[in-house]
Design a protein around this ligand. Structure first.
Ligand SMILES: [Zn+2]
Length: 107
C-alpha cells in the first residue's frame, strides 16, 4: 500500500498537486511557480526592530521593510528628531509583535 504522507522536505504543487521538493521554486511537473508563503519570510522582525530603534530617524527600518516612500519621508524630517522618536516606538512594536502578525504585515 502506498503512503500519501509527504515527508518534511516535500510539499504539494499548488497547481497540479504533485509531490515536489519543499525548496522547489518551480514545479518540475507543470512548471508553475510555487508561492513562497510556506517558507519563513525574508524580512526579520528583530532586524527591523533594531533598525527602527537605532536608525529610525533615518527611516532605515522603513527602507528595510520595503516602504521606501515612507523611508524618504523619515529621512527628510530627520532633523526634527520626530522620526527618531516614531522609529524608536515602531522598533519596539516590531520586537513585541508576534511573528505571525509581522509576517502578515511585512512579508
Ligand atoms: Zn505542478
Amino acid at each position: 500500500m502506498e503512503s500519501n504522507i509527504v515527508d518534511d522536505n516535500e510539499k504539494y504543487c499548488t497547481k497540479c498537486g504533485a509531490v515536489i521538493n519543499k525548496e522547489a521554486v518551480i514545479c518540475p511537473k507543470c512548471g508553475v511557480r510555487q508561492p513562497a508563503s510556506s517558507t519563513p519570510g525574508s524580512r526579520n522582525k528583530v532586524a527591523a526592530g533594531v533598525l527602527g530603534i537605532l536608525l529610525g530617524g533615518l527611516g532605515a527600518h522603513k527602507f528595510y521593510l520595503g516602504q521606501v516612500g515612507v523611508g524618504i519621508l523619515y529621512l527628510c524630517f530627520s532633523w526634527t528628531m520626530i522620526p527618531a522618536i516614531i522609529g524608536l516606538v515602531e522598533g519596539i512594536i516590531y520586537l513585541t509583535m508576534c511573528d505571525e502578525d509581522f509576517d502578515m504585515k511585512y512579508n
